[in-house]
Design a protein around this ligand. Structure first.
Ligand code: SF4
Length: 366
């Protein structure tokens, strides 16, 4: 059990072994773990001597899923038709309360006939738009004595407790820099500035290119005109072929068009030969990357796959090896990154399962 706890959360072990509080010692390991995961009793790490800046002294990264509202767990269930399915469920403060027999009256099993769209998962309910809240009923999943999974509606009192715990959790996130409002604002502003700079740069390049193109066209037209004039005046009859074929630019002069029209049309190319020689353009391959300088070191990506993601000497994330895991992990990390600085690029393995869906989900981040 100790090893399990240390792997899960080092400060849980500390709480159990070092606490002076007897009531805490009396709690089972499962209850303590649930209290931490349900954000009732989040772990705080404060090291005064590390630095004189608060951001370096204070941390909540030892909690599970520090940048999310609630920790996520994957459970495998067997459906009525015998098919196995994996569900990813959050562990909320309501789940923690459901372990307390004195709070039974706050939870009601919902018969299957009432599983309608008004029933919404508690985490979505809490994150939802306020105008929908009075039309919806929040629920959590619970297992009964027959090991069957049920939707269980929670009372408004539990919802209010969840909001209060979430508010405190957001305060801790903000203070530890995991999900800071100011960082998010600065990142958005920086991105906007970089985008503006790029757009400005692209505009300048386009305008320069267009100027050079016009200049080149004007020079070519003037040369052709000069040679044509020489030919017509009988000054340079030997170069007539060159003038007509080599230097006339399409659409420049009516004379050119007429002369070209008198020439033999080119042999038509057989369709089969076109099919053979013309290969369809390959989609552009984008490389995965991270805007490392904006990384808040929240561990989301490295927790997800530490073979793909790693930290540099400044403790900021970068892509160690994009081929060291499935493309799906790059997309999941991009979705989970609180400051949205992971760009998953294009998949490296065309045979990966469900690639179409992952490419679709990667699009907003590339
Ligand atoms: S890049 Fe990784 S460690 Fe950095 S902020 Fe994003 S998810 Fe967190």
């Amino acid at each position: 059990m100790e090893r399990e706890l240390r792997d899960r959360s080092p400060f849980l072990l500390y709480l159990l072994t070092a606490s002076e509080d007897q009531s805490l010692k009396d709690m089972s390991a499962l209850q303590v773990s649930a209290a931490v995961e349900g954000r009732d009793f989040p772990g705080l790490d404060f090291q005064y001597s590390v630095d004189d800046r608060w951001g370096r002294r204070f941390s909540i990264t030892a909690n599970p899923y520090p940048s999310k509202d609630w920790p996520l767990h994957q459970i495998q269930v067997t459906r009525e038709d015998g098919e196995k399915e994996t569900l990813e469920l959050p562990f909320t403060f309501a789940d923690f309360c459901s372990m307390d027999p004195t709070l039974r009256q706050h939870f009601r099993k919902v018969p299957m006939g009432y599983w309608r769209e008004e029933l919404v998962p508690l985490d979505s309910y809490l994150a939802g738009a306020p105008e929908n809240l009075y039309r919806q009923i929040p629920y959590i999943w619970m297992v009964d004595g027959k090991r069957e999974l049920w939707r269980v509606a929670v009372s408004w009192q539990v919802v209010a407790w969840c909001r209060e715990r979430l508010d405190y959790w957001h305060f801790l996130q903000e203070n530890s820099g995991v999900r800071s409002y100011h960082v998010e604002q600065a990142t958005t502003q920086l991105k906007q500035e970089l985008n503006n700079q790029w757009e400005e740069e692209i505009k300048k390049l386009k305008s320069k290119h267009s100027e050079e193109l016009q200049k080149a066209q004007a020079e070519a037209a003037s040369k052709a005109m000069e040679k044509l004039a020489n030919v017509l005046l009988g000054l340079d009859t030997t170069s007539m072929a060159d003038t007509l074929i080599g230097e006339i630019t399409a659409g420049s002069y009516a004379q050119d068009t007429q002369i070209l029209a008198e020439q033999e049309p080119p042999e038509p190319v057989a369709e089969a030969s076109i099919e053979k020689t013309v290969t369809p353009p390959r989609p552009q391959q984008l490389e995965a990357y991270i805007e490392t300088a904006l990384c808040t070191s929240c561990n989301e990506c490295t927790d997800l796959n530490n073979r793909i993601f790693g930290y540099d000497e400044k403790n900021q994330a970068f892509i160690k090896d994009a081929a060291a895991g499935p493309f799906a992990d790059l997309v999941k990390a991009a979705e989970a990154c609180p400051v949205k600085i992971i760009h998953p690029g294009s998949p490296l393995n065309p045979d990966e399962q469900g690639l179409e869906e992952w490419i679709r989900r990667a699009e907003p981040f590339n």
